[in-house]
Design a binder for this molecule. Structure first.
Ligand code: SF4
Length: 299
């Protein structure tokens, strides 16, 4: 799909992360785009705290790849660079503008690793590059899926491919030897927090050969995201927004009412399929090939 891209000025593309142990072992954050076209009704990046005006319009950073190349060349530590924490790196304009692909080429050239969050099948276009990158460094792809039910996903994530197709993307990545799994976040109280959803999400992750499935079993609702979210969940059940207000008030973190039980149920289901779901184990697992190579090269 083609379209007009607006550019915004920036001086930096990459920033150092100090949350690596808590979030997939990443060393650097990078957002090549601002805004996102996928319209997820729960999107946290819509919040004013990130200062992104007209969030649904995609903008790119001026000279993004040139700045990125300078930054990569100047870094001593060739760590894992995270794509897409605030917007999907495979948005509706990426097919035409290929900025994410350009960044992956640079990552490959300078020997860094990558961690990608996406809901799009366009990631399959870059399998060739991902294979090359993982010969020298670590690669982890997180396919973001919140519900196994396509009809529900259509309401929650109106401009994204169906959940069924996202599971197929996962399978294709795995069949190509790419380390990949499911990011089941957020989990929406009263909507996707059922045992049925958890059971089927874990089952389908396993069936489609995921290396892992990860969830935080809850959601964040920042103050200025409330209205957008509440307006849309009313389409699901009349009065649902009142239930939220009654239970969570202005709370930032909205965990399901049965949070501990659901988390226990999730872990039990993952164990049943021998699927990794603990953050430190996932990090250890996807980084093990490269750490083994490093150890071998010491001898
Ligand atoms: S794909 Fe991610 S960044 Fe884009 S709207 Fe959905 S949640 Fe937000």
């Amino acid at each position: 799909m083609g379209g007009f891209m607006e550019y915004v000025k920036t001086r930096t593309i990459m920033t150092k992360s100090d949350q690596g142990n808590l979030w997939f072992g990443i060393d650097y954050h990078m957002n090549l785009y601002r805004g996102c076209s996928y319209g997820c009704i729960y999107c946290d990046s819509r919040s004013d705290s990130y200062h992104i005006k007209n969030f649904d319009e995609i903008k790119s950073k001026e000279n993004a790849l040139q700045i990125l190349e300078e930054e990569l060349a100047s870094k001593q530590y060739r760590g894992v660079v995270s794509f897409g924490t605030l917007s999907d790196p495979y948005n509706a304009l990426e097919e035409e503008y290929k900025i994410t692909r350009g960044a992956l080429e640079l990552i490959n050239k300078y020997g860094f690793g990558v961690s990608i969050d996406t809901k799009s099948d366009l990631v399959l276009r870059d399998i060739d590059l991902l294979k090359e990158i993982q010969m020298n460094n670590n690669v982890i792809i997180k396919i973001s899926i919140t519900t196994y039910e396509d009809e529900l996903a259509r309401v929650l994530e109106p401009k994204v491919i169906s959940s069924t197709k996202r599971f197929e993307v996962l399978k294709t990545l795995r069949e190509n030897g790419i380390y990949a799994g499911v990011l089941m976040t957020p989990v929406l109280p009263f909507i996707t927090d059922s045992e049925d959803n958890i059971r089927n999400m874990v089952r389908l992750a396993s069936l489609n050969k995921a290396n892992f499935i990860y969830t935080k079993m809850g959601m964040t609702l920042r103050s200025n995201v409330h209205d957008y979210y509440y307006e849309h969940i009313e389409e699901l059940y009349k009065g649902l927004s009142s239930d939220y207000k009654c239970v969570y008030g202005n709370s930032l973190v909205c965990n399901p009412l049965r949070y501990p039980d659901l988390l226990e149920f999730f872990v039990k289901e993952c164990n049943r399929y021998h699927l990794l779901c603990d953050m430190s184990e996932i990090i250890k697992d996807y980084k093990k090939k490269i750490s083994m190579n490093e150890q071998i090269s010491l001898f």
